[in-house]
Design a binder for this molecule. Structure first.
Ligand code: GCO
Ligand code: MG
Length: 402
């Protein structure tokens, strides 16, 4: 029987920080898992190195479900981003190994294709309406079928989601960058710029918007109502999601579709949202929600309630997670959309993947496993570089949800 012989954790910063797990079997087969938790990277690296790797050595790498249960139930302490990201890294690496051993891409092990390719959404942003419109035009020309639109709020420096140059990278500071926030200014302005996008480009593409957890339920209801005629694909994270019941109130007032889940980690975190049909898209991801094994469990529950998938895919999810997401997205019956932001050149020197983008759709070739290689030597050129996500403060100085 082949056993797990080695499990190594790499922390590197090729353009941004990534934590990567590589599992090697006694037959010399390797598998990769992403363990990146933006701004809290070393906590997951230690959880893996100090508490999980010793438990893996000597186990049968083919027993993915059993290892998942062992790590989840065996920790005693349930859920949480650190634990679930660490378990995810192991789970994804084991699916990679299973595919390589079988000589099949992971999506074949998951039941094969349900679709030819995976629709993604691009990120248009600007500092004001004209620059946002220019950016939307750019993504329309590149062939994207779905575009998320965000822009700065006049008079407020540093709103969520506004790209500087070619790259959007919120974790950009050695200590958290403290950014001002005014809900009133946002609620006055955001519907105006979303309307400007529809007026200029029409309705022949999907328009998305990320509220980024900043509104109360009744404010979110007002926002959703005010943009109903713009036919948004979704409003994302309208209110913080740890209180699942809060979404009932939003639902009572608006038909604008709702997406949430990027910061949630388990099926329990989204159970009420799904079973009460309080959301339309669940945004949990491979990396932060316990790997392929657990994500599929969430997506299957969602399918029963006509909730579709819309996994998080910002650049703080490594190319391993993006590849794993595409394998899952290709197979699940209730796929909705996949978030996609291209990684920078340095990142792609370290992670080589076979994921391709054409006309706003992702696909991958038939290499066994996930189809990702990690270049350890290249990674050594990019040591860990501590960075934090920003913190939002209301105009009176008090902390708000970022
Ligand atoms: C998104 C997200 C990201 C997060 C980031 C935090 O919808 O892509 O909200 O932009 O803020 O992933 O690390
Ligand atoms: Mg988001």
């Amino acid at each position: 029987m082949s056993t797990i012989e080695r499990a190594e954790v790499f922390v590197a910063s090729p353009g941004r920080n990534f934590v990567t797990l590589r599992i090697t079997t006694s037959d010399g087969v390797t598998g990769l898992g992403d363990a990146t938790l933006n701004g809290r990277e070393l906590a997951v690296a230690s959880y893996l190195r100090d508490h999980v790797v010793p438990l893996l050595i000597g186990r049968d790498p083919a027993r993915i479900e059993d290892i998942w249960q062992f790590l989840y139930r065996g920790a005693y302490w349930r859920r949480g981003p650190v634990t679930m990201t660490a378990i995810a890294a192991v789970d994804v690496a084991l699916w990679d190994i299973k595919g390589r051993v079988a000589g099949l891409p992971v999506y074949q092990l998951l039941g094969g294709r349900s679709r030819d390719a995976v629709m993604v959404y691009a990120h248009a942003s600007g500092t004001d309406v004209p620059s946002l419109l220019d950016d939307v035009a750019k993504f329309r020309d590149l062939g994207y079928q779905a575009i998320r639109a965000q822009t700065g709020v006049p008079g407020l420096g540093g709103s969520y989601g506004v790209r500087k140059g070619e790259v959007y990278e919120p974790a950009n500071s050695n200590l958290p960058d403290e950014q001002p926030w005014s809900t009133e200014a946002y609620l006055d302005f955001a519907p105006t710029y979303l309307r400007a996008v529809r007026e200029k480009f029409g309705s022949a593409f999907h328009l998305l918007h990320d509220v980024h957890h900043r509104l109360t339920p009744i404010e979110a209801a007002r926002f959703g109502k005010s943009v109903e005629d713009l036919r948004l694909f979704w409003m994302e994270d309208p209110t913080p999601a740890e209180n699942q019941e809060a979404f009932r109130l939003i639902r009572q007032h608006t038909t604008t579709p709702i997406a949430t889940g990027e910061i949630l980690n388990s099926i329990w975190d989204v159970k009420d949202l799904i079973t009460e049909q309080l959301i339309d898209y669940v945004r949990t991801t491979v990396v932060h929600a316990g790997g392929i094994t657990h994500l599929r469990r969430i997506f299957d529950l969602a399918a029963l309630y006509q909730v579709r998938t819309g996994s998080h895919g910002a650049t703080d999810l490594s190319p391993i997670s993006l590849a794993a997401a595409v394998h899952v997205d290709l197979t699940v019956p209730n796929f909705g959309i996949q978030e996609y932001m291209p990684h920078v050149e340095q990142t792609m020197q370290v992670f080589r993947t076979n994921v391709t983008l054409e006309n706003g759709m992702l696909d991958l070739s038939d290499e066994p496993g996930l189809g990702v290689e990690y270049d350890e030597k290249a990674a050594e050129r990019y040591p860990y570089d501590p960075k934090y996500l920003p913190v939002a403060r209301r105009l009176d100085g008090s902390v708000h949800d970022w």
